[in-house]
Write a protein that binds this ligand. Structure first.
Ligand code: MN
Length: 290
């Protein structure tokens, strides 16, 4: 069995653009990642007033990894330099492969901006091994109805399998390396085991409620980290709880994360900056007038 090694609280929120008040739960600072997970920002829940001006993050680049956006409340629109665009709402996930380089914008949807309301979402950065950092950029829109759900035993709740495998049920996303990304909803008190395989490390983020691992209680906005050794992570909840489970095989390569780029070396970061400055990542068409 796996045992958790560390419980960390997430720092106070800061703003990303004018649309995303985020706590940085996993940070690449100091060259450290959590296995293949370079960064995790959790936004909100935060109530926005109705507005007639767009909110979010305007055009910016990424290279060398994938961004995964999970929406719990609110609605976000994406457009990128490959020509992909999409709108995702509660339960939907957007899996964007930046790989060799992309420009995108991440904005609140027009309707959500106009009506106002609560935004709650997570963005996770999944690293790519060197051999996949040169892959073409891509985009997977995973709507809630595309994401397989499996019931936990004893009617405890359910697991949404965004990526990977949960007891034989395959996740919705294509991934480059072995990764599990599950959203776990617990409805009543009970014990369960998260079937995380030997060889994968990662963390359990508590979105709502609390979860116990042995004697350790992990509360909302905290993340519990677990190591590669052991298979299966025993857990217990005393009531309604919402978790994000991330596990993966570590990518055994040097990592240099700088702003929106995650590469293997500082030279490659400098190249990425030059490529961005010289327009190599293309462009996004101007937004149509409303
Ligand atoms: Mn971005």
């Amino acid at each position: 069995m796996k045992q958790i090694t560390t419980v960390r609280s997430s720092p106070a929120p800061h703003w990303v653009g004018d649309g995303f008040p985020v706590r940085t739960v996993i940070s690449p600072r100091g060259g450290k990642a959590l296995g293949p997970f370079v960064l995790m920002d959790f936004a909100g829940p935060f109530e926005f007033e109705p507005s007639d001006s767009p909110r979010g993050v305007e055009t910016h680049p990424h290279k060398g990894f994938e961004t995964v956006t999970i929406i719990f409340e609110g609605e976000v629109e994406h457009r990128d330099s490959v020509g992909n665009s999409g709108k995702i709402g509660p339960g939907d996930v957007q899996w964007m492969t930046a790989a060799s380089g992309i420009l995108h914008e991440e904005m609140h949807s027009k309707a959500f901006t106009a009506q106002g309301g609560v935004l709650e979402m997570a963005q996770i950065w999944v690293n790519l091994p060197a051999k996949n950092k040169t892959a073409d950029p891509g985009y997977q829109s995973l709507l809630a109805s595309d994401i397989p759900k499996v019931k936990l035993p004893d009617d405890l709740g359910s697991v949404g399998i965004v990526a990977g495998d949960y007891l034989g049920t395959k996740g919705a996303a294509r991934t480059f390396t072995p990764i599990n990304m599950w959203t776990v909803t617990i409805e009543s008190a009970g014990e369960f085991v998260l079937p995380i395989p030997e060889g994968q490390l990662g963390g359990v983020y508590v979105r709502e409620g609390a979860v116990r691992f042995g004697d350790e209680v992990v509360h909302a906005t905290e993340i519990a980290e677990f190591p590669q050794n052991g298979a299966g992570l025993p857990a217990a909840c005393d009531g309604p709880t919402s978790l994000i489970v991330l596990s993966g095989e570590p990518i055994d390569e040097p990592m240099v994360a700088h702003g929106p780029f995650v590469m293997n070396t500082s030279d490659e970061i400098r190249e990425a900056i030059l490529e961005f400055q010289s327009g190599r990542f293309g462009s996004i068409p101007a937004r149509a007038h409303p």
